[in-house]
Design a protein around this ligand. Structure first.
Ligand code: M6R
Length: 613
């Protein structure tokens, strides 16, 4: 979704802002813009489409100044166009704003401002913000107050960044609710503002995050943070350990491909410091959990959206198997509005790569209101989902740029496996010997993942053969049923090929009617407790002339004889098998999309971090 970058200092703001926006392209956008304070005036450049068009425009009509803000927009109100792109400048020409979120009462505000004579130049909700600031500034003469009064008039969730020619020594940044983060970066005699860390990572590692209903007055020297009500806040400084190089494509054609191949490292990192292989134990001190508390938990509800929810579905099998604790998986957008039945004996566990997904955050807030204990598994350090929780496990995967989530799917599965072992130990459902065995299995994961990734050439062959398919059906059972969902999601979101997933046992209740020689059926049939069932499902597809692409264990001759194509994976302890079975499906989706010449990292209509409902 929308990205924000702001700069104040001694350097030329334009390249810093444009480079920062480049780092946020992965979030998804349809237009971009920049405003710089030049010779005491606000100079604006905006373009529809890719950032390169804005860069070209700035090349033709250069900007110069040491203070500026930029934005990539994902349209909500008004079509994608230069006119609707941010930044928006007030009628007086003195105030400029960029904004993430939705002004829910914008129609009412627009009518009010129009009645006072304001002429709107765009169809956006955001433009109401800049005219309100202008109006309050004309009365108060004080920018901080004008922004504060404006924010208090807005309904909904927002990240807002403003500057004005009247007070050219500052940028004001604010956050209300969960419309994405606002991060402030500290430099030497210069400061940065952004919606996400990667935008400013090449300039600083020292950052602070605004909480909801906080605003920061950012000058070259630092940031003064206060609540919207004017109460001073002492900002907490975080040191970001990400390597900026991790946010580069390197030798790979797309971020998605790079991120698929990073999974040996990301899974090693997520294990690091948490597994004691000598003692056969898992440590998750972030959860602050003892045996008494673990036994007092009646139920876990895992919530999240998209890929994160599918990781949760794997987690359900892991926790129920190892810790004998009931687990439900509830899609966050449903959970938040259903008056869910949770109480203080329920743990609500949110999973989120970005930690800023609006539905997931709202589900967490709903759980909090009902007194549940809140845990999260999150990738983006310092994000809301990390901060809202009573205890949070960091995925440790580093930045994930491709819109299609890959390494942020396998890392939470491994985290959930560790959690299941810990709960099993504390609740007394795992014997010492079994716990040691499960921990030992974890140590094999990086090697098993590496072996799957080494088979990419075979996946490319299958992708070549099937790249023109129009539809696909994905089937799985048990712990690999969510992998069918995840495989289908990967294919549809980046290749635009229709793909459906079903628990394989459901096939006979309807989807089998689809099977014909034009419909590839992707069946996950590794040697787990559901193997025989999957074999009979594959036979049913073959009996109806269907094409079967199986994900199977190396050396399985029955599958070799039955299936038309096979993605081979190494023999893996069945509870951990989703971590390997998903890998060929990620590579398959990637190569089909790449062969079709599509924009793999920024698929149409999608955003990396979905900060609106
Ligand atoms: O940042 P989150 O993990 O909360 O994002 C949740 C979903 O929006 C995300 O997983 C989405 O489904 C991806 N595009 C899947 O590849």
């Amino acid at each position: 979704m929308c990205g924000i970058v702001g700069y104040i200092g001694e350097q030329d703001a334009t390249p810093i802002i444009l480079n920062g926006l480049r780092r946020l392209e992965y979030r998804g956008y349809d237009s971009a813009g920049i405003a710089v304070l030049q010779d005491g005036k606000i100079e604006l450049r905006r373009e529809v489409g890719k950032l390169d068009r804005l860069v070209d425009l700035v090349r033709q009509q250069p900007l110069a100044g040491n203070l500026g803000i930029g934005h990539t927009r994902w349209a909500t109100h008004g079509e994608p166009s230069a006119r609707n792109a941010h930044p928006h400048v007030s009628a007086s020409g003195e105030v400029v704003v960029v904004h993430n979120g939705i002004v829910e009462n914008y129609l009412e505000l627009r009518e009010e401002l129009t009645a006072e004579g304001t002429v709107f130049k765009s169809d956006t909700d955001t433009e109401t913000i800049v005219h309100l600031v202008d109006r309050f500034l004309a009365v108060d003469g004080d920018l901080v107050q004008a922004v504060r009064h404006t924010l208090l008039r807005l309904r909904g969730a927002h990240g807002v960044v403003v500057f004005s020619t009247r007070e050219p020594d500052k940028i004001i940044a604010a956050r209300i609710g969960n419309a994405g983060g606002v991060v402030i970066g500290y430099g030497q005699g210069e400061m940065f503002v952004a919606s996400d860390i990667p935008a400013i990572l090449e300039h600083t590692r020292q950052v602070t995050f605004l909480e909801s209903r906080q605003m920061a007055v950012v000058t070259r020297q630092g940031a003064v943070v206060q609540t919207l009500e004017g109460k001073p806040v002492q900002p907490t400084l975080h040191s970001v350990s990400w390597d900026p190089v991790a946010a580069e494509k390197g030798e790979y054609r797309h971020f998605m491909q790079k991120e698929i191949h990073e999974q040996v490292r990301s899974l090693t990192d997520t294990l690091a410091g948490r597994v004691d292989f000598k003692q056969g134990r898992v440590r998750l001190p972030q959860l602050n959990l003892d045996a008494q508390q673990a036994r007092a938990i009646e139920r876990i509800v895992i919530t999240g959206c998209g890929t994160a929810a599918y990781a949760g579905m794997v987690g359900k099998v892991l926790i129920e198997t190892l810790a004998r604790l009931p687990v439900e998986v509830d899609i966050a957008s449903e959970f938040r509005y259903r008056d869910p039945l949770v109480n203080e004996r329920t743990v609500v566990l949110a999973i989120s790569q970005s930690g800023e997904t609006a539905d997931t955050l709202a589900a967490m807030e709903e759980a909090r209101r009902k007194g549940a204990r809140l845990w999260s598994i999150v990738n983006a350090i310092g994000s809301q989902a990390m901060r809202l929780a009573d205890g949070s496990i960091s995925m440790q995967t580093g930045p994930e740029i491709g819109v299609a989530s890959t390494k942020a799917f396998t890392a939470p599965i491994v985290d959930l496996y560790m959690l299941a072992i810990l709960l099993g130990e504390l609740r007394g459902t795992l014997s010492d010997a079994e716990r040691r065995k499960r921990v030992k299995d974890l140590g094999r994961i990086p090697d098993l993942v590496g072996r799957c990734l080494d088979r990419e050439a075979e996946v490319i062959n299958v992708a070549q053969a099937l790249k023109e398919m129009r539809s696909a059906l994905y089937l799985g059972r048990g712990v690999n049923m969510p992998i069918a969902y995840e495989g289908a999601l990967k294919l549809k979101e980046i290749s635009y090929i229709h793909a459906e997933a079903y628990p394989a046992g459901e096939m006979k209740h309807g989807p089998i009617a689809l099977v014909d020689r034009d419909l590839p059926v992707v069946a996950i049939a590794t040697q787990d407790p559901w193997y025989e069932k999957m074999i009979s499902q594959i036979e049913q597809v073959k009996a109806r002339g269907g094409i079967v692409v199986a994900v199977a264990t190396e050396g399985d001759e029955r599958i070799a004889a039955l299936a038309d194509r096979v993605f081979w994976v190494p023999a893996t302890p069945w509870l951990l098998s989703p971590v390997v079975t998903v890998l060929p499906l990620q590579m398959f989706a990637y190569h089909i999309a790449a062969l079709r010449g599509l924009d793999v990292d920024q698929p149409r209509n999608l955003a990396k971090s979905v900060t609106v409902e």
